[in-house]
Every structure is written in C-alpha cells, then in structure tokens.
Design a protein around this ligand. Structure first.
Ligand code: MG
Length: 391
C-alpha cells in the first residue's frame, strides 16, 4: 500500500534524506506536499523531480520566485504560515514528516494531528517545548507519532508489542560528539569548524554543535520522556562512540533489548515512513564482524554540563524545557557567529534557566511566550556586558 507523505522542512539535512528514501521506494511512497523555509532553488528542484500536489515556501517574499521556477508545472504554490498549515493538513497526505529546524515545527505538527495525520517526527524541539500538549492531542485523536531521531526510533522498535509499563529503564546512547576526549581546558579554545566535524553522524549544523556540548542528548532525554511516557530519572545516557547500538530498553524482568544498525539516518527515516512495514530499499548493512567490540561508558557531566541542565529541565518540567531549548538555540548561533566561546553555550543556558520562573502544565501561549522571553534574555546577557568574563 502506498503511503502519501507531506514533508515539512524538505530542504534540510533530514528532509533531503527523506526524499532519498522516497526515491528508493517509488512503489511504496508518494510525495504529495513539500514545504521549506527559504531554500527556494532546492525546493523547486525537488518539486520538479517528485511532482507533489503542492509546495510551500515559508518566507513569503520568495513566493513569486518559486512560482516562476515552477511555471507550467501545475503544482500548487503556497507561502507563509497558511502554507505550512495547508501542507500539514492536506487531504492528499496520510503521513506528515516534521523535519523543520527548531520550534517553527510546533504549530504545523499540532495542525497535522488535529487533521488526524500520522506523524513521522524529526524535530525534537516539538516535544521538548510542548511534549505534554502534543502527546495529549495525539492520544485524543488516536494519532501515532513515530520518531525519526535514531535513538527514539531504536526505543520505539524495542517497544514493539511490549507494554510500556514493563519498562524499567531506557539507555539513551550518545556518540560523545566531536570533543569526547577533550579536557575542559582544551575545549576553551575550540572553533565552530572543530565542533562541526562530527565523528559518526551526518547532520545539520545546530544538532552537530548540540552533539558536541551533549545538549542534543539532553533534548533527547526530554523527547523520550514524552514519547514513551517515562520518568526522566529512568532515562540514562551512555557514551557509545561507534554509534552502532542506537539505544536500549531494560524491562522489569531484567532483559535488555537493543536496536543495532549503521549510523545512517535513512534507516530510522524509512522505518518512520513505512511503519509498521519492513521493506528492502537497498540501504547499506551493518557488518557485525567488522564492528567487533561495543564500548559503553558513563558521560562526564563536569565536562559536559549541558547534560545535567537537561536532566534538571526534564525534572522541573512545565515551561523550563522550552526555556532551555530557546536559550540553547540562541547560544549555539552566537557560537557559530564567533560571538561567544564553546564553553559559554552551556553557561549561558544555565544563567537563563536560573532566571526563569517555570509555569507547570503551560498552555501553548505560555510556552511560546517563555520561548520568546528566553531568547531575549540570552541575547541581552551577551549584549554589552562582556560575557566572556562574567559567565
Ligand atoms: Mg539522535
């Protein structure tokens, strides 16, 4: 049976790999809608290749350009917020891939759930910021959220046919990022280029920096907390440099299930697109003999304080994870722009979290205003006051 999919964020790192999977499985997957923020050339190329019913460009001023690039193609062209919502709710789609960078994925995800679409979710910020609202809404509508994030796909697969109540613990594996073996002293001077060279995974810039600080794993703790309805204290991060075991679940009888595969995002993507089907798309296989040994170790939260901050935000809940996420997004951008140092990313996030009075069981408006507040505070802390010495 063919799956009709709409891809929100088709020109990013995940979006392009979703299309790579779709191209390998033309008999299984039909792309019916594509939406992207601003990469109008790539979006037009994708549209001409996959022939969706509609495309949306987020940045409204680019709409005329997209129209002219698709002139004569009979593909419907939309733009702006209404365009995102139309792509998320179109009758042509039965599954919506959410791979929008950051919090802008939230509103279209909620609209897609309201429209009863199955969700293949790559944007972890959606659950980090509004996990309670999103999972409650999905339950109300009987909508399944299938994660694309490799660790969560692993856990999801390990839980197939299991009762989630029998889960004792989740082991979330982490590669350790670009600076796994560096001392704090050595991390003081690292450049964006060094932080952007990830040892095992090919990913976007924001998530690669988050992997180097371990904030990515922190966000994933919160993501797992909501996806699998498990208390944050039962989620344990383990460093596993080869990224072959994508995560593990320990059950109440002491049995541990793990999912193993190459570190290739196309595998969890395909699983989320076709779930519950398994199908051979010719992706490369893991050679278990070549892998040889598997190593696991505990993370060092002194060197990587972001992990501790995330556990704290997960425990406090309410608006705190949204604040942490927003502060981190701004801090990572400041680091990429060479305005702050690598170590200042986590310090800045910590400062903003300390200043925040969290609201429990927040409404969507309260989450969005906490997000906006955190962004302002993070920028304000770095404007003028010589952040290097004060943090
Ligand atoms: Mg991940």
């Amino acid at each position: 049976m063919t799956k009709q999919i709409s891809i929100l964020g088709s020109t990013g790192s995940i979006g392009t790999q979703v299309l790579d999977v779709a191209e390998r499985l033309p008999e299984m997957i039909e792309v019916v809608a594509l939406a992207a923020h601003s990469n109008v050339d790539l979006l037009a190329q994708q549209a001409l290749k996959f022939r969706p019913k509609l495309v949306c460009i987020g940045k409204k001023e680019l709409e005329p350009e997209l129209r002219s690039l698709l002139d004569g193609s009979s593909i419907e062209v939309l733009a702006g917020n209404e365009g995102w919502i139309a792509a998320a709710t179109t009758d042509y789609a039965d599954r919506v891939v959410v791979s929008v960078a950051g919090t802008p994925g939230l509103m279209p995800t909620l609209a897609a759930i309201d429209a009863g679409k199955e969700i293949a979710l790559a944007s972890k910020e959606v659950l980090v910021c509004a996990g309670e609202i999103v999972t409650q809404k999905a339950a109300q509508h009987g909508v399944k959220i299938v994660p694309i994030d490799s660790e969560h796909s692993a856990i999801f697969q390990c839980l197939n046919g299991e009762d989630v109540k029998s889960v004792e613990k989740i082991y979330l594996t982490a590669s350790g990022g670009a600076f796994k073996d560096k001392t704090t002293e050595e991390m003081r001077e690292v450049t964006p280029e060094q932080a952007l060279s990830h040892p095992t995974w090919r990913m976007g810039r924001k998530v690669t920096i988050d992997s180097a600080t371990l904030m990515n794993k922190g966000l994933e703790i919160i993501e797992a907390r909501w996806l699998f309805d498990i208390e944050p204290e039962n989620i344990e991060v383990v460093i596993h440099p080869k990224s072959i075991v994508h995560s593990m679940v320990m059950f109440s009888d002491g049995s541990v299930m793990a999912q193993i595969g190459l570190p290739d995002m196309r595998l969890p993507i395909q699983y989320a697109l076709l779930y519950p089907l398994r199908y051979d798309s010719g992706l490369p296989r893991v050679d278990i003999l070549q892998v040889g040994s598997l190593e696991f170790s505990a993370p060092d939260t002194k060197r990587f304080p972001a992990l501790k901050l995330a556990h704290e935000a997960a425990r406090i809940g309410g608006t705190m994870p949204a604040v942490m996420n927003a502060a981190d997004e701004v801090a990572v951008q400041l680091f990429l722009d060479r305005k702050i140092s690598f170590l200042e990313i986590a310090r800045l996030v910590e400062r903003v979290m300390e200043m925040h009075n969290p609201i429990s069981h927040p409404s969507l408006d309260e989450i969005l205003s906490a997000d906006g507040w955190a962004r302002e505070q993070t920028s304000a802390l770095t404007g003028g006051i010589g952040i290097g010495s004060n943090l």
